[in-house]
Design a protein around this ligand. Structure first.
Ligand SMILES: Cc1cc2nc3c(=O)[nH]c(=O)nc-3n(C[C@H](O)[C@H](O)[C@H](O)COP(=O)(O)OP(=O)(O)OC[C@H]3O[C@@H](n4cnc5c(N)ncnc54)[C@H](O)[C@@H]3O)c2cc1C
Length: 297
């Protein structure tokens, strides 16, 4: 195997303290999806993000697709690639093998997750040979390699299964103490909620940078779907602005304007960067990025 190229890790990148921009993609399952992803990469890669990340479908359902996409992006681009890895869907040894394989290919950034339960088993509990929580995954990766950056998920509106906001923060701290370098949040639409979460996280001892996750709204039905799926609340102003609008172009314009203003405010008030959930589409994220550049970011 040729010696893999190793690029700057997120830990090194965040240390530089200028804003970190990243794009999240998912592995397409068919040719049409592949074309959409390719188009998005062609549009977004010249923006030179600090890293791009690749999701892993619920319960490892895209395990081979994720691995192939992570490796092909690593070979194709200069920016860092972050592989999402999940406890759910893998045995401990299977997950360790995956991480070792990624490492041998030059991947140095991981988002360590418990993972979503399988669609047909919402009450999933880990098997005896599986990691039970994301902190176990962080520890496993950190025990294997000291030269990688590890991110973990954070929930400004509290994870839906958490017993309380306090316990959720305690477990976030556990993930960081196990070796995580940074936190990427669930999608945020309300900056006050992000900063309140950051404040509470700092008070409970979480020192790692917390990157807000941003998803520009591009279709009117998305808001209900995000709220239902992720148990988050979208501010009334945005909800009212897109409700009942038939014109998709107008909805996209509103979503872009909202996200651009939101990102500028986040950065101005000290957020370490922006993680964009692209849904493998480029137009909205590109427009938000261009607006931020025009504002001097
Ligand atoms: C940026 C981002 C990217 C994501 N990418 C993916 C992806 O690619 N694939 C995917 O399947 N899912 C993904 N998810 C979703 C995530 O996997 C789910 O939200 C999942 O339900 C929880 O994962 P976690 O890593 O946050 O789990 P954990 O941190 O383990 O937390 C899960 C729940 O358990 C609780 N908990 C944690 N530790 C303990 C403990 N020791 N004892 C008792 N309770 C505990 C927490 O409070 C929380 O309620 C992503 C989420 C985010 C925010």
């Amino acid at each position: 195997m040729a010696t893999p190229s190793v690029v700057e890790t997120m830990r090194e990148r965040l240390y530089r303290r200028d804003p970190v921009f990243s794009f999240e993609f998912f592995p397409p399952r068919d040719a049409k999806g592949g074309e959409a992803l390719n188009n998005a990469l062609v549009e977004l890669s010249p923006l030179n993000p600090a890293f791009v990340s690749v999701t892993c479908g619920a319960a490892g359902s895209t395990r081979d697709l994720t691995r192939d996409l992570v490796c092909s992006l690593q070979d194709r681009y200069r920016f860092g690639v972050m592989a999402h890895i999940t406890a759910n869907g893998y045995s401990r040894s299977g997950l360790a093998d995956l991480v070792k394989d990624y490492h041998a290919r030059g991947i140095r950034n991981f988002l360590a997750l418990r993972g979503d339960p399988p669609r047909d088993d919402p009450g999933w509990t880990p098997g005896p040979d599986q990691a039970g929580h994301a902190a176990d995954v962080v520890k496993m990766v950190r025990d294997l390699f000291s030269d990688v950056s590890i991110g973990v998920a954070g929930y400004p509106e509290t994870h839906p299964e958490a017993a309380s906001a306090e316990s959720d923060l305690r477990f976030l701290r556990e993930k960081v103490e196990a070796g995580a370098d940074f936190v990427v949040t669930q999608m945020v639409f309300d900056n006050a909620g992000y900063f309140a979460f950051e404040h509470r996280a700092r008070k409970s001892g979480v020192r790692a940078p917390i990157l807000p996750g941003i998803m520009p709204v591009t279709r009117s039905g998305q808001i209900e779907r995000f709220e239902g799926m992720c148990k988050i609340e979208v501010p009334k102003t945005l909800r009212a602005a897109v409700r009942g609008r038939e014109d998709p172009g107008r909805v996209r314009e509103i979503g872009i304007a909202y996200a651009a203003a939101q990102c500028a405010d986040l950065l101005r008030r000290g957020a370490p960067g922006i993680h964009f959930f692209t849904l493998n589409q480029s137009r909205a994220c590109h427009a938000v990025f261009a607006a931020l550049q025009a504002m001097g970011w």
